[in-house]
Design a protein around this ligand. Structure first.
Ligand SMILES: NC(=O)C1=CN([C@@H]2O[C@H](COP(=O)(O)OP(=O)(O)OC[C@H]3O[C@@H](n4cnc5c(N)ncnc54)[C@H](O)[C@@H]3O)[C@@H](O)[C@H]2O)C=CC1
Ligand SMILES: Nc1nc(=O)c2c([nH]1)NC[C@@H]1CN(c3ccc(C(=O)N[C@@H](CCC(=O)O)C(=O)O)cc3)CN21
Length: 288
C-alpha cells in the first residue's frame, strides 16, 4: 500500500473573523506538506478578488502549490481569460476549472451570452493557453444536472479529452460509491487521475442541507448515529471516526490521493490525517 498524497481545499474569507480562521487552518495544515491546496470561487464570481488574494497569499507565505478555482458563471470569455492571465502573472500554475453553481436566486446554471457555456469549453480554452495544469470536478453520484446514469462518466471523459489531467470528486460517504464510479470511468476510457473529495462532517445539520443540493447521498444509518452522538456531545468524535474509516477503505482499495474539503477548519481534517498516520509535523495543540 502506498502513502497517499494529500490536498486541502479552502474557501476565501468574507469577513475579518473568517480570514483569521482561514489563516489558522492553512498554518495548521501546511506542515503536512500537501501536494497542493485549492481555493474555491464563490457562486457567480462574487469572490473573484478574494480568491485571487487568498491564492497568492497562501502561495507566498506558505510556499504551497495553490490551485485556483475558476468558473464560467457571470463572466464573458474575455473576463475569464483576464483572471487567468492574472494568475499566470502571479506564478499560479494549476487551476480547478468548473462550470460553477447557479448564483443565489437562480435555479440553474445559465451561460453568459459571451461566456464559456460549459466546463468543457473553459477547459479547452485553458488547454490552448497551455500555462496550467488543469483539474476538474467529477460526480460519483448523479449530479443534479445529469441526464442519465452514465452522463457524469461520459461528461468527465469529455473534460479529460479537453485537457483536464485530474478530477476532484464531489464528497460521498461510502467507499463503494467511489469504487463503482472509478470502475465505470476506467471502462469508458477516462485517463485522468480521479481524486476522491473527502468531507469530514463539521456540522450534521449543515451537511444535510448541502448534500441535498449537490445530490450526495447520506447513508440512512448516519441519522440515528449523529442524533445519539449530538445528545452525548461527541459529534466531532463520530465525524472523525466515520471519515477515518472511509479514508482507510479508499486507501485499501488503491487510492493514492485524498482531497479534503476543510471548510476552513483544521481540526477534523488534521485528526483524520493523524489517524491515517499521514500527519507528520501536525500540531493541533495551538488551535483556538
Ligand atoms: N466537484 C467538485 O470538487 C466541486 C464542485 N463544485 C461545484 O460543482 C458545480 C458543477 O461544476 P462542474 O463540476 O464543472 O460541472 P460539470 O460541467 O461537470 O457539470 C456537472 C454535471 O452536469 C451534467 N452536464 C453539465 N453540462 C453538461 C453539458 N453541456 N452536456 C451534458 N451534460 C452536462 C453532467 O452530468 C455533469 O457531470 C460547480 O458549481 C462547482 O462550483 C465546487 C467545488 C468543488
Ligand atoms: N456544488 C458544490 N458547491 C460547492 O461549493 C462545493 C461542492 N459542491 N462540493 C465540494 C465542496 C464542499 N463544500 C462544502 C461542504 C459542506 C459545507 C458545510 O457543511 N457547511 C456547514 C458549516 C460548517 C461549519 O460549521 O464551519 C454549514 O452549516 O453550512 C460547506 C461547504 C463546498 N464545495
Amino acid at each position: 500500500m502506498t502513502t497517499p498524497r494529500l490536498s486541502f481545499e479552502f474557501f476565501p474569507p468574507q469577513t475579518l473573523e473568517a480570514s483569521f480562521r482561514l489563516w489558522e487552518t492553512v498554518k495548521v495544515l501546511a506542515p503536512m506538506q500537501p501536494e497542493f491546496v485549492s481555493v474555491t470561487y464563490g457562486a457567480g464570481g462574487t469572490t473573484r478578488k478574494l480568491t485571487h488574494e487568498a491564492v497568492t497569499t497562501i502561495g507566498k507565505n506558505y510556499g504551497l502549490n495553490v490551485a485556483a478555482h475558476l468558473t464560467c458563471v457571470n463572466a464573458t470569455r474575455a473576463e475569464t481569460m483576464e483572471i487567468v492571465d492574472a494568475y499566470a502573472e502571479a506564478g499560479v500554475n494549476q487551476l480547478v476549472a468548473l462550470r460553477g453553481d447557479a448564483p443565489k436566486g437562480q435555479e440553474r446554471f445559465t451561460p453568459h451570452p459571451e461566456g464559456f457555456a460549459s466546463s468543457v469549453e473553459l477547459i479547452e480554452a485553458l488547454a490552448a493557453d497551455g500555462r496550467f495544469t488543469i483539474r476538474c470536478g467529477a460526480y460519483p453520484e448523479p449530479h443534479p444536472d445529469a441526464a442519465d446514469d452514465m452522463a457524469d462518466v461520459r461528461w468527465l471523459k469529455r473534460k479529460c479529452e479537453a485537457g483536464a489531467t485530474s478530477a476532484l470528486t464531489q464528497f460521498f460517504f461510502e467507499a463503494e460509491t467511489f469504487f463503482r464510479f472509478r470502475d465505470r470511468c476506467e471502462k469508458e476510457g477516462v485517463k485522468a487521475t480521479i481524486i476522491p473529495g473527502i468531507l469530514p462532517i463539521q456540522s450534521w445539520k449543515g451537511v444535510q442541507r448541502f448534500a441535498a443540493n449537490c445530490g450526495a447521498n447520506i447513508p440512512e444509518h448516519l441519522g440515528p448515529a449523529f442524533e445519539k452522538a449530538i445528545a452525548e456531545d461527541r459529534e466531532q468524535e463520530l465525524s472523525i471516526e466515520l471519515c477515518t474509516k472511509l479514508c482507510e477503505e479508499l486507501i485499501a482499495g488503491g487510492v493514492e490521493d485524498l482531497h479534503f474539503y476543510t471548510v476552513n477548519r483544521p481540526v477534523l481534517t488534521g485528526r483524520v490525517c493523524q489517524n491515517l498516520g499521514l500527519a507528520q509535523g501536525l500540531d493541533l495543540g495551538a488551535v483556538a
